[in-house]
Design a protein around this ligand. Structure first.
Ligand code: FAD
Length: 289
């Protein structure tokens, strides 16, 4: 099933993200996680693509398990930063063979500057989207950044490139995590003002331990509001309390989004199905299955 069809139903629901293990040894544990997540009847479940492409086989295996064994719609992430068109064709054909209908098309982080400089095509995610749209029948998602992408010259320029993603094939965009909903609402205003009209799915990250905070700042540049810093300061040495506080903070963000007319929210689970379950349980009377 295509995610664009799910989103067009406008039901209040959640989707969840998992990431593939670095080695095959841990694959079973991730399959257990997605099985638990499938019991929550999410709208879809996404599987990330390892930054160096090394885990791409596991992305397909996990997405295929979700789609074909668990009967939950799967979204497979795919990056082009290290890939030629031939590599991308091989991966897309494999995904099609496994009945995957949805791709989150990304550039990926630049790890090897020199190789990236010499790249002839598929430089930006919009080129990957255009290539997929012209040659395959996938529903295509892309990434967007309410606080700007770390490489962006300006937020306005970022929005121009998001318009390009829409024009070249994106059916929806999922946001980078954010912790202050006002940042998301301002971003939505800018997008709609520039005629970016495709669905924008907010991505919510329940921060359940304090070591995550430093990494989040480094990797995403997301601002951590003083309110959440106080929570982290209060509960940093009490593992269960910190986890509960992080889940409640995420639920508050989700309820605020829903009450402001956003029907679909994507949750970054960090492969912890307990987080997904506790969020779903908290919202059990609100979510529409
Ligand atoms: P692009 O859309 O290509 O944008 C990258 C930068 O280039 C931006 O600054 C943009 O403004 C600029 N730009 C875009 N188009 C143009 C253009 N035509 N000309 C000039 N500049 C342009 N990474 C992974 O490795 N695996 C994953 O599974 C993964 N999943 C993600 C899921 C989500 C929801 C998000 C938000 C991010 C994810 N990432 C993942 C991280 C992502 O790969 C990085 O943020 C990467 O640096 C940018 O990817 P992109 O697709 O946004 O790139």
């Amino acid at each position: 099933m295509k995610i664009s069809d799910i989103l067009s139903k406008n039901k209040v629901n959640l989707s969840f993200e998992v990431f593939p293990p670095k080695s095959d040894v841990a694959l079973g544990a991730v399959l257990d996680t997605v099985r638990d997540i499938a019991d929550l009847k999410p709208a879809f479940c996404s599987v990330t693509y390892g930054a160096n492409g090394g885990t791409s086989g596991n992305t397909v295996k996990i997405a295929s398990y979700i789609e074909n064994e668990l009967n939950v719609c799967a979204l497979a992430h795919l990056t082009c930063v290290l890939s030629s068109k031939e590599d991308i064709d091989e991966k897309l054909q494999k995904l099609k063979e496994h009945n995957i209908d949805n791709i989150l098309a990304l550039r990926g982080d630049i790890i090897d500057e020199e190789a990236f400089k010499n790249k002839k095509d598929l430089i930006h995610s919009s080129e990957l989207m255009s290539y997929i749209k012209d040659n395959y029948d996938f529903c295509i998602g892309g990434a967007c950044y309410p606080e700007g992408h770390l490489e962006s010259k300006s937020k306005d320029e970022d929005v121009e490139y998001l318009k390009l993603k829409q024009d070249l094939g994106a059916d929806f965009l999922t946001t980078q995590m954010f912790f202050d909903n006002n940042i998301f609402y301002n971003f939505m205003y800018k997008l709609r003002n520039k005629n970016v009209n495709i669905p924008i799915i907010p991505g919510i990250m329940p921060v359940t331990n304090v070591t995550q905070l430093k990494r989040i700042k480094q990797l995403s540049g997301a601002q951590i509001p003083p309110k959440f810093l106080s929570i982290a300061d209060k509960f940093k040495d009490d593992v269960p309390a910190m986890k509960q506080a992080g889940i409640i903070y995420a639920c508050n963000q989700i309820i605020d989004l829903i009450s402001n007319g956003i029907n679909h929210i994507h949750v970054y689970t960090m492969n912890d199905s307990d987080i997904a379950k506790r969020i779903s349980d908290n919202l059990s009377y609100i979510l529409e299955k």
